[in-house]
Design a protein around this ligand. Sequence first.
Ligand code: ADP
Ligand code: ADP
Length: 236
Amino acid sequence: MIRVRGLTVRYPRAARPVLDGLDLDVAAGEQVLLVGPSGAGKSTVLRVLAGVVPQSIGAQARGEVRVAGMPVLGGGDVVGVPTLAREVGVLTQDPADQLVLPTVLDEVAFGLENRAVPRHLIGPRVERALALVGAAGLAGRRTSELSGGEGQRVALAAVLVADPSVLLLDEPTALLDPVGARQVADAVRAARHGRACVMVEHRLDEIGGLPGRIVVLDEQGRVRVDGPTDAVLAER
Ligand code: ADP
Ligand code: ADP
């Protein structure tokens, strides 16, 4: 579902590449925790998989990347973000980045309305997405009045309503207090089930239930370790 070969990325004016010859395969339904020191390039990996780097930033990138059967870098006619977004859902740290409409219902329904899904199918799909992330009770709320944890769950529901086969999560609990983090972590676990998922997360000891496979990047933007999460974390 995700295939990365020899990915090398250099930001404008940077002295050295942020990622250097990265290889990564993630099968359909497989979930990967991506860790490594600050600046190692974890977010850059997710931005490449989502199709926003190098395109919108003017970074230089080499290598080959395919996501959900679509060429994202190298190899043929590279698809743009709107095409990729049909199969790839992205959740970042800050719900404020993603919540733009007045109410929770508007927000979660938006992706389907945009895609001309028939009206009578939208309601049930919105309800299902909200229920999956434990946010069924938030349907009537104003997005501007949600707590951080609520906002993040609604943002996740807005991603899930489109039923993406690939889920990219960039520290979705980073801005939350422990209670909110726990709620979002539980929602993320339900959400990632059955999808190819790459998740960057720092609060490894707090949130529990981590993906079974861990990939550790080093400072040079190379894969240092790729293995079972339990075994790798036990060696820390
Ligand atoms: P940051 O400075 O961005 O917080 P850290 O160096 O603290 O980055 O690493 C982020 C997370 O990744 C931490 O939870 C850390 O325990 C984990 N981590 C870093 N290196 C390894 C490693 N070699 N094996 C397992 N986990 C690691
Ligand atoms: P991580 O998520 O592992 O902390 P990032 O992928 O966010 O790492 O960033 C890796 C390096 O690339 C950092 O040194 C960061 O300053 C640099 N960087 C990230 N985004 C940009 C950008 N848009 N322009 C220039 N440099 C960037």
